[in-house]
Design a protein around this ligand. Structure first.
Ligand code: MN
Length: 261
């Protein structure tokens, strides 16, 4: 064991549905505007231009069941329900078929977005990090394992806020399918086992507020079920692990936000 000056954070990990095993997270990549109707609602031309990629820190990943706090510094936080691909192996310059063969499972995630900061960043030509990569910004369901090379071609994707449907589409509406997204990503980054890829959101994004409950899913996968709590003002102790919340990322030994699988 090297002589660290403080204990390193344990790996962020995501539960595997139906198995007593965890998926250790390496990186979190996201695709912008991968459904035509959503591209239109964001003021873009939905033609098949190359996908726009951004990323979130691995420890933005939190369990999709339980509570997440409203982030500070924003008054317009949006939900974006997304299909998430989980990689069990990586590579560079992959074909869509090779990339799909690296997918070990799928989950449902919410790309939480500070829309006001994103609009300001777009206007000023500034990076999106504060709009996209904040704490608790990537709640995710347990991962459902799939056979290597199998694709999710279709299935309903939906989210409701306080029981009211906000986004309701089909993943077959994606401009770039999962294999194509991963193939293009692999030309920009070396993909690795543990990477999670948020594949974009359909139309209907909108604001959430403290007290709201979010429930959403993709047909065939585990659902997310979240309560938005007020902005947290106190910092977490123990290097970011808050004992009261079971760890900022639901990580390490204390993963009690996860239900029995
Ligand atoms: Mn998104």
């Amino acid at each position: 064991m090297p002589d660290f000056i403080f204990p390193p954070m344990p790996p962020v990990s995501v539960a595997i549905h139906g198995r007593d095993a965890w998926f250790p997270v390496h990186r979190v990549y996201c695709v912008g505007k991968n459904y035509a109707e959503h591209a239109r609602e964001m003021g873009s031309d939905p033609d098949r231009e190359a996908p726009c990629f951004f990323s979130k820190p691995a420890d933005a990943v939190v369990p999709g069941l339980g509570e997440i706090p409203y982030p500070p510094g924003s008054s317009n936080v949006h939900h974006e329900i997304e299909l998430v691909a989980a990689l069990g192996a990586g590579g560079r310059n992959l074909s869509p078929e090779q990339a799909l063969d690296r997918v070990v499972g799928y989950a449902v995630g919410v790309d939480m977005t500070r829309r006001d900061l994103q609009h300001a960043a777009k206007d000023r030509g500034q990076p999106w990090d504060t709009a996209k990569g904040f704490d608790y910004s990537a709640p995710i369901s347990p991962i459902t394992m799939v056979e290597h090379g199998s694709d999710l071609q279709r299935g309903r994707i939906w989210i409701e806020v306080n029981g009211e449907i906000r986004q309701d589409a089909d993943i077959s509406d994606m401009t770039w399918n999962v294999g194509e997204v991963l193939a293009q990503l692999s030309r920009l980054f070396e993909l690795r086992a543990g990477d999670l890829v948020f594949t974009g959101t359909p139309a209907g994004v909108g604001p959430v507020n403290p007290g709201d409950s979010l429930r959403g899913g993709v047909e065939g996968l585990q659902e997310i079920d979240l309560l938005i709590t007020p902005v947290r003002t106190a910092g977490a102790e123990n290097g970011g692990i808050d004992p009261g919340q079971g760890g900022r990322s639901g990580i390490g030994a204390d993963c009690r936000h996860w239900p029995d699988k």
